[in-house]
Each structure stands twice: as C-alpha cells, then as structure tokens.
Design a protein around this ligand. Structure first.
Ligand SMILES: Cn1c(O)c(C(=O)NCC(=O)O)c(=O)c2ccccc21
Ligand SMILES: [Mn+2]
Length: 254
C-alpha cells in the first residue's frame, strides 16, 4: 500500500490523541477515572517494557520502600515493597519511555483545553515502579490530599498476561461519591487516568508477580502556583515535586 509520509503520520497521531482526550474528559467528569486499552500497541509496549527491565536489572531503581515487617525488628525480616526510579526520558536508555511520556502529554494537552477552569502545562518526571511480587502492595492513600498542585494521575501498565486471580496486584479505587469500587487490572499497554485528589482513594493489592507501571502526575497551573507559595521551597527539591513542562507538539517525538 501507499507509504505514509511523516507529516500524514503525525497528523493521524494528533487526531487520535484528540479523540482519546475527548473520551478521557467525558469519563473523568462522569466516573472520576478513565481506562484506555491498547494505547501504544504491542511492539512499542514491548520496547518500553524492555527499557524498564533494563532500569531494574541495572540496579538503577532505588531500594524498595520498607513495609511493616512483623513482630521482629531485625533487618533481615524487613520486607521491601515497591522499587521506584524517576526518569525524565532524556536518559539514553529511555527513548521509548520518553516516547510514551510525549504521547501521554499529547493526550493531556488536549484534555486541558477541554477541561473548564483547568490549565495543565506542567507535570512531574515519570516514576517507574516495580512491585517485586513478594505479595507486597501499596496501602490505601490519596495521591494529592492537600492541594500540592497535582490534578491528574496517569499510569501506564506493562504486565503481559496478567491474571489477577493468580497474580493479585489489582488497583482498587474507592471513588468518593459512589460506594462502587473500581477494580483496575494492571494490564499490558493499558493507560489509566484519574483525579489525583481526595475523589480517588486507592490501593494496590498484594502482587504475587513482578508488576511494572509508569506514572506521571500532571499539575494544574493555579493550584501549583498557590502550593509553591504556601509550601515555600519544600516542594521544589524532591524529584516528584519538580515540575517539568509538557513536551510541545512540534518537538520531534518520532
Ligand atoms: C509505587 N507507587 C505506587 O504504585 C503508587 C500507586 O498508587 N500505584 C497505583 C498502581 O500502580 O496501580 C503511588 O501512588 C506511589 C506514590 C509514591 C511512591 C510510590 C508509589
Ligand atoms: Mn497512588
């Protein structure tokens, strides 16, 4: 068939991201969350998984957080949970992670123009997380309980053939205004959006197999500005709290 020239290809991508954004905004406004399956396709998803595996096995991930060990306090008994590392995508082994983040940015940029009263032009770096599969999870929490500026949580899952009955690791969201619970399987090439504030308390159930995800938090400009004034310098130093501008559309994201 006819080979697409790059511009035509970029135009198709752009229109796809704007169609996805319309769906994301409708879901966020109705359910406080949105799931997009098959976001990048098998080939790109596998490339990203390869880079994340490399980060993990090159030991670039920080030590897993300590989860409460049982009665004994001896170091050997402490169980380590999720291991994380922060990437801004410009590291040399992260070009596919960078591509993923630029696609997330493209969708969120479109969402921002559709969300009345929200201006989203900054985000955190990407947090790459791995649960080791030793039945540790993540306690119930709200990502942004005190208006630190983060308004949308965006998570991309990388787990092929994940079966929650065997592997656990379900993300359980307790939407504030409904008693129905949302059970999200951390499926390969799945993209999840949800409001970062108190509307979405959530937990990761114990994972029995290595469970990878890449998370980006998007800042709302006004809330972020207020938070920076209120919390003074405290917010700006921690990598999670540093804000970076979204990739701009014209930048070569090939
Ligand atoms: C490793 N990990 C997390 O997995 C989630 C989280 O909510 N994950 C949801 C999920 O993976 O489905 C977090 O919110 C989180 C916050 C700070 C540091 C690490 C963190
Ligand atoms: Mn969370």
């Amino acid at each position: 068939g006819a080979t697409l020239d790059t511009n035509a290809y970029v135009d198709i991508l752009k229109s796809r991201f704007s169609v996805i954004a319309q769906y994301v905004v409708k879901c966020l406004n109705t359910y406080n969350l949105c799931v997009i399956d098959g976001f990048l396709g098998e080939v790109t998803g596998k490339e990203i998984l390869g880079e994340v595996n490399q980060l993990h096995h090159l030991g670039i991930m920080q030590k897993g957080q300590l989860v409460h060990s049982h009665a004994s306090t001896s170091a050997s008994d402490n169980i380590r949970g999720d291991v994380i590392t922060w990437v801004d995508g410009r590291e040399n082994i992260c070009e596919n992670i960078q591509y993923l983040v630029s696609c997330m940015d493209a969708v969120v940029k479109n969402c921002s123009s559709l969300l009345e009263g929200y201006t989203i032009n900054e985000r955190t770096k990407a947090m790459v997380a791995c649960y080791p599969g030793n039945s540790t999870g993540y306690v119930r929490h709200v990502d942004n309980p005190n208006s630190d500026g983060r308004c949308i949580t965006c998570i991309y899952y990388l787990n092929q053939n994940w079966d929650v009955r065997r592997d656990g690791g379900m993300l359980r969201i307790y939407p504030e205004d409904t008693e129905t619970v949302a059970n999200i399987e951390p499926k390969f090439d799945r993209l999840l959006f949800f409001w970062s504030d108190r509307r979405n308390p959530h937990e990761v159930l114990p994972a029995l197999r290595e469970r990878y995800a890449i998370t980006v938090w998007y800042y709302e400009a006004e809330e972020r500005a207020r938070a920076l004034k209120k919390f003074k310098g405290e917010l700006s130093n921690h990598p999670k709290k540093q804000a970076v501008p979204l990739f701009n559309g014209s930048q070569d994201n090939s």
